[in-house]
Design a protein around this ligand. Structure first.
Ligand code: NDP
Length: 288
């Protein structure tokens, strides 16, 4: 503790980050375009730097969290970056992260990119997952400081990884939620309320999650023997989900989309293989 750290950007998230550093006992210097957003933090013991440059000099590591990468470039553009370590927790895509890394490194900075998978009130607790990617030594040099922010994870040297894991996590989250909503809509037509169905849905989601490591081995080896079920068996069940949804008058868009993707794989000759063979459909562009 007591490590000097800088937080640049004091929106809802930046204030939470700075607050977590303060609570962990770090000497916290802050800067924000609208200085008044530092008032509470200053009352809690933070130091407000007069300029971005002064803020960067004050910390052994500078965490940046603003609206987007455009804002990052705008606010750092006029500052001396040589010798600083930047940890950019601003949301963006993998190409922006790699480009920001090149830009910062050309100016003599060490650069780690990151993504916050949490809402501001969770920051500083184990529930806040914070992903990092970039040179391992630059992350490790500050890991014990960054630990104050939550469950801090290092993914690899490619600066784009934090953003990719971030969107991959969102894809997982929305798919589970949409599937649950589909089932809830079906059950409600029979008078089963959402709370009654939720424990069953949770059990299915947890059971499916158990399959992932084995299915991942099939994807990594490029071989999809039907050990427990062939894709064409799944496709017949998909037709059943569509028919049931239509029959009871709930939305059948998602079931139709799921089947359309699997149908293409069957048409390409993969009906006798196992479900993860669909990676070939997901791994190539379609209609985009
Ligand atoms: P806010 O809108 O609350 O804050 C935005 C911050 O960016 C403010 O400090 C603002 O300064 C600053 N900013 C914007 N443009 C500029 C600029 N051109 N120059 C200087 N500063 C600028 O957003 P959040 O704090 O909620 O989000 C910040 C980042 O964190 C985003 O990338 C977001 O996606 C990510 N995030 C947020 C989560 C959340 O739940 N809030 C969850 C996960 C990630 P000023 O105060 O002067 O306007």
């Amino acid at each position: 503790t007591g490590t000097p750290v800088t937080v640049i950007g004091l929106g809802l998230m930046g204030q939470a980050l700075a607050g977590a550093f303060l609570r962990a006992g770090h000497l916290t210097t802050v800067w924000n375009r609208t200085a008044s957003k530092a008032d509470q933090l200053v009352a809690d013991g933070a130091r407000l730097a007069p300029t971005v440059g002064a803020a960067l000099k004050a910390g052994s590591v500078a965490v940046i969290c603003v609206t987007d990468y455009h804002a990052v470039r705008e606010l750092l553009g006029a500052s001396e970056l040589d010798g600083t370590t930047l940890v950019n927790l601003t949301s963006g895509d993998s190409a922006q992260a790699r480009e920001a890394a090149r830009w910062a490194e050309e100016r003599g900075a060490r650069y780690v990119d990151g993504a916050i998978m949490a809402v501001p009130p969770a920051v500083g607790t184990a529930e806040a997952t914070i992903l990092h990617s970039g040179p391992e030594a630059d992350f490790e040099a500050h890991r014990s400081t960054l630990d104050a922010l939550g469950t801090v994870t290092y993914l690899g040297a490619d600066h784009g990884l934090a953003s990719l894991y971030d969107v991959a996590g969102l894809a997982m989250m929305w798919s589970v939620l949409n599937a649950w909503l589909q089932g809830t809509a079906l059950l409600r037509t029979a008078g089963v309320d959402a709370a009654a169905y939720a424990p069953f849905a949770r059990q299915i989601a947890a059971g499916v999650a158990e399959w992932l490591p084995g299915y991942a081995e099939q994807i990594d080896s490029g071989s999809f023997p039907a050990e427990v079920s062939a894709l064409e068996t799944d496709v017949r069940a998909m037709a059943h989900l569509i028919e049931e949804s239509e029959a009871v008058g709930v939305n059948a868009e998602l079931p139709r989309l799921i089947k359309a993707i699997a149908d293409r794989s069957v048409a390409a000759g993969h009906g006798g293989e196992q479900y993860p063979v669909l990676i070939e459909e997901f791994g190539t562009p379609h209609g985009n």
